[in-house]
Design a protein around this ligand. Sequence first.
Ligand code: SAH
Ligand code: SF4
Length: 342
Amino acid sequence: MTRPFLAASTLDELKSYCKEHGFPAFRASQIDSWLHTHLTIDPADMKNLPSDLKSALKQDFHAPGSLISESSKSPDQVEKLLLKLHDGECIEMVIIPSDKRLTFCLSTQVGCPVGCYFCASGRNGLTRNLSAGEMIEEFCIGSLRAGRPDNLVFMGIGEGLLNFDNLAITLNRLADEFTFSPRRITVSTSGFVPGMEKFAALKREFNLAVSLHAPDDNTRAKLIPAKLRYPVAEVLAAADKIAENNNRQYTIEYTLIDGINDSIEHAVKLGKLAFAHHAKINLIPYNETGGSFRRPATQKIDDFENAVANTGARVTRRIERGSAETAACGQLRAAKSNEVSK
Ligand code: SAH
Ligand code: SF4
C-alpha cells in the first residue's frame, strides 16, 4: 500500500489515526496545529509530541516525501528549488519575492504530456502525476524556507487540469485546512477543455489563467501539438463558464515568440478577443530554451503591447525575474536530466 502524505491530512484523518494507534485525541489537534498553522511537515520538528508518536508518524506517512536537492537564487532574490520526490523523480518550484508580496510558483506533474513545442517542461513527455500530498508539500517546504506566501500560482511543470482530481484535493485543502484564500490562488492551463469544465464545476473563487498564445487556431497549431489542443473558441467558452461560476476575471497568457505570434495583426485580434470576453492579457516575452524559437526584439514587444492596449483590452507584461539561464518553467529540471543522461 502506498503511504499517505502527512502534509495532506485533515484533522479528522489525524484523529482517526491517533485513535487507531492508541494515542489520545488531543495529539491529533497538536499535529494539526503544527501542520496547518506552522506548516511543519516533519514530525521531528513537532516539539510537543512524544517520541513514540513521532516515530509512528515517520513510519506510517511520507513526512516529508520531498526534499530540497538543489537551489539557485538570482540577483533579484528569485529562488528556484529542485525538489527530489520520494521515488527519486524531480520537480521545480520557484519562490518570487517582490516589494509587496511573496509568490510561489508550483508544479503539478513530473514532466508534461501536452508537449508545447517551445516549452522545456514537456520535452520528454509525462513521467507521472503529482499527488495532492506532493503539491501541498511544495507549499509547506517553500513556506518553511521563505515564509507564508501571499499568492500561489500553479504555473510550474505540468498541466494541472490533466491531473484534476489531485489538483482539486490540493486546492480545497489549501483553502479549507490551511485557510489560504482561493482568490490568491491561480491555476494556469494550456486550454484542456474537459479539465476546465471540471474546474468550473468546483464553483470556488480560484483564479484561472489560460495559455492561449494565439488569437487563431492556425497560429496556435504552431505552438501546441494537436493531441491535447482545443480550438480557441472552445477554450474561451470554457473559460467564460468558469468566470460565470466564480465571478473572477480570468487572464489570457500570451507567450510572445519571434515571427510566430508577434505581428500587429495578432495583437489587434488578441485585444479584440480579450475585450469581448472581459479577460485581461498577460504578455510573457519568450525565454529561450535551446530550441529554434526566439524572443522578439524589445521594440517589437513594445509595439505589440501598444497595439493590444489600443483595442481597449487590459494588458500587462510579465516582469522579468530570475536568472536568465533557468528562468523558464521546467528549465532547471531539464538541465538536470540532461546532466544525468550524459
Ligand atoms: N501547463 C500550464 C501551466 C504551466 S506552463 C500552461 O501551459 O499554462 C506556465 C506558463 O509558462 C505558460 O503560459 C507557458 O506558456 C509559459 N512558458 C513555458 N515555457 C516558457 C518559456 N520558455 N518562456 C516563456 N514562457 C514559457
Ligand atoms: Fe505543458 Fe504548459 Fe509547458 Fe505546454 S507550456 S508543455 S502545457 S507545462
